[in-house]
Design a protein around this ligand. Structure first.
Ligand SMILES: CC(C)(COP(=O)(O)OP(=O)(O)OC[C@H]1O[C@@H](n2cnc3c(N)ncnc32)[C@H](O)[C@@H]1OP(=O)(O)O)[C@@H](O)C(=O)NCCC(=O)NCCS
Length: 137
């Protein structure tokens, strides 16, 4: 398997490639390439996984930077699943959310998030990263 590279700087992301790849993997939610660009760039933090310079995973987080964060767009290309890519992308995002309550909704694979420390609250899942309201490392 190729090395997986995780990018958090979005400058070089090809948004048309992301759209095409999401469509092919049946995880497109209708955003245009421009809308993908806007939603990722307006996020608090994002992580895009690459294999052989092709997009194979995404995750991003909305946050006020103080107390509340919400994780969305967690996806790994089907052929690359069960290799820890989503876990690595999540860990990358969580490391930048110290002191915040992190929430997400999943109707698919709660095991992924439980392994990262999330618990049901009570319908969704969430956790405080580090100490509540302590945002510095
Ligand atoms: C859910 C998803 C992001 C997981 O991506 P991934 O890169 O395969 O995840 P990881 O390899 O980091 O998996 C970590 C752990 O999560 C659990 N897990 C992941 N996929 C699982 C599955 N299909 N069934 C059961 N457990 C699963 C396992 O415990 C796994 O550890 P293991 O492989 O050692 O058993 C991926 O399957 C996906 O993109 N699905 C479609 C989109 C989606 O549903 N996104 C979630 C929206 S909230």
């Amino acid at each position: 398997m190729p090395e997986i590279v995780y990018k958090t700087n979005l400058d070089s992301v090809d948004w048309t490639e992301m759209k095409t790849t999401l469509c092919r993997d049946a995880f497109d939610n209708g955003r245009t390439p421009e809308q993908l660009k806007t939603s990722f760039e307006n996020s608090y933090a994002a992580c895009v996984a690459y294999a052989n310079n092709r997009i194979v995973g995404t995750a991003r987080v909305l946050s006020d930077g103080v107390c509340n964060a919400y994780i969305v767009d967690v996806w790994t290309l089907s052929a690359y699943r069960r290799q820890g890519i989503a876990t690595a992308m999540m860990q990358n995002l969580l490391s930048r959310l110290k002191g915040q309550h992190v929430y997400l909704f999943t109707d698919d694979v709660p095991q992924l998030y439980a392994k990262l420390g999330f618990v049901e609250q009570p319908v969704g899942m969430g956790q405080v990263i580090g100490t509540w309201l302590v945002n510095e490392a």
